[in-house]
Design a protein around this ligand. Structure first.
Ligand SMILES: Cc1cc2nc3c(=O)[nH]c(=O)nc-3n(C[C@H](O)[C@H](O)[C@H](O)COP(=O)(O)O)c2cc1C
Length: 435
């Protein structure tokens, strides 16, 4: 069976229901489509009740790490003795990931509603939405939506007549991938260089301006208002048998598929359904070689691992990778994987904040060795050298940027050794790598 495009197997998609519907973008349009009902319900609940609902729903962070959202909110102090902050992470710079910008582009009030629900739950009077600087259209749309939300009584001194004050500040990034890391983001918001901070203290103890802070991804927050409106049990039932991965997930699919784009599926959907049915498979009858399923920071999967992989947190781990942000890069049998991992490593080397030696030196050396192999000047011991470097880059730094560089390289060497062997044995012509 084939799915028409653009579509999904969900009868009523949740987060992407109004993608393509320009009328949903305005405050009135959002309200007409049932918007802000979740927020109204949340304001009638206590903070603890909202957190309990989100905890019971099984929602996990969609920004990469999959941390349980309700649990994260519960870490915020119960008594509000200092300002509490919510930071919405709309930096979305992970290669292959382009879902958050689409939520903002089509349904900015879906995001704002989720943000205010979360702010109420954690006792925050101020929300910072940190949006990637390059998203000029989305920034404009979001600013308009924020102004409408103030006018509509969703933001300001008396949110929906509750007596509660909640304000939103939209802050634009300046093009640094590292500022998507939550503690680097807080430094950036404070006007400092975007370097990640050592944890502990965790943001819920001492975050923005040393005050209790929660950082959540756009997709996570957008889901929260729906959960409050429909109830935890409804969300928990959105899965295909695995109660630890619930809800729907937006996957950004790019690379060698006939119909790239954002697809919303229920957790547990087979990966093959997404790639071959919804996205139409590879162009020109080519065969699948590899997939990076969670944005570029996770291990590469080979075609055998894709075969019976289920799209949820545990399902992808069981097949040798991670769900990450859900940015899925599909590569067919024309792909040169050595070249591709070199391109990824270059990205990480360029984006390293250079605080940690293992990251600063490790990412740069990884690029140099891969370029040497591609140039036909590789040595047999280069693969061991790359693996040794990767070992020193994993689990040893302040944030996981260097781990993210190592993961695709290590998995490519282990799962596709013949690709490297072809260069090392000089049976493959060297590639001239543009600098
Ligand atoms: C180098 C780096 C870049 C990151 N970039 C993003 C990003 O662009 N968007 C995002 O939501 N999370 C990003 N994260 C993850 C955040 O640090 C954080 O875990 C996330 O925003 C928490 O939200 P969640 O619990 O809703 O997933 C990044 C992490 C690292 C280490």
């Amino acid at each position: 069976m084939g799915y028409p495009h653009p579509s999904h197997p969900l009868e009523r998609p949740l987060l992407s229901r109004h993608f393509g519907d320009a009328g949903a973008r305005s405050f009135d349009g959002w309200v007409k489509r049932g918007g802000y009902q979740g927020l109204k319900k949340a304001l009638g609940m206590t903070r603890a009740q909202v957190i309990e609902e989100v905890t019971n729903s099984g929602l996990r962070g969609r920004g990469g790490a999959g941390f349980p959202t309700g649990l994260k909110w519960s870490f915020m102090p119960r008594e509000v003795t200092r300002p509490h902050y919510l930071v919405c992470n709309a930096d979305e710079s992970e290669p292959g990931t382009f879902k958050d910008r689409e939520i903002i582009r089509w349904t900015p009030h879906q995001l704002l509603e989720g943000c205010v629900v979360a702010a109420h739950a954690i006792g925050a009077e101020r929300i910072y939405i940190y949006i990637r600087g390059e998203f000029t259209t989305e920034y404009r749309i979001l600013k308009t939506a924020v102004a409408e939300a103030y006018h509509g009584g969703v933001l300001g001194a008396n949110v929906f007549g509750s007596g509660q004050r909640i304000d939103v500040v939209v802050h634009r990034g300046a093009g640094a991938y590292i500022c998507g890391e939550e503690t680097a983001m807080m430094n950036s918001l404070e006007g400092r260089r975007g370097n990640p901070r050592i944890k502990p203290p965790f943001p819920a103890q001492a975050g923005l301006w040393a005050c209790p802070t929660t950082v959540n991804n756009v997709e996570t927050l957008a889901a929260a208002a729906h959960i409050v409106r429909e109830g935890a049990a409804w969300h928990k039932a959105l899965c295909r048998g695995n109660p630890r991965s619930t809800g729907t997930k937006l996957f950004s699919v790019c690379g060698h598929v006939q119909r790239p784009g954002n697809y919303e599926v229920v957790m547990g959907t087979p990966m093959k359904d997404l790639i071959f049915e919804m996205c139409g498979g590879m162009p020109m009858g080519r065969r699948l070689k590899a997939v990076i399923p969670g944005g570029s920071s996770v291990p590469i999967m080979n075609a055998a691992e894709v075969e019976d992989c289920l799209l949820d947190y545990e399902g992808i781990v069981a097949r040798g990778s991670m769900l990450g942000s859900g940015g899925m890069i599909v590569m067919d049998d024309s792909t040169d994987l050595v070249y591709q991992v070199m391109r990824l490593a270059r990205f990480y080397a360029h984006e390293s904040c250079a605080q940690c030696t293992q990251c600063r030196e490790g990412t740069a050396w990884t690029v140099r060795i891969l370029e040497r192999i591609l140039a036909g000047k590789g040595r047999r011991e280069d693969l061991d050298l790359l693996l040794d470097l990767a070992d020193n880059m994993t689990g040893k730094t302040i944030c996981v940027l260097s781990d993210s560089c190592a993961a695709p390289v290590v998995s490519a060497i282990r799962k596709f050794p013949e690709e490297f062997e072809a260069y090392l044995s000089r049976s493959r012509a060297p590639v001239t790598v543009a600098v």
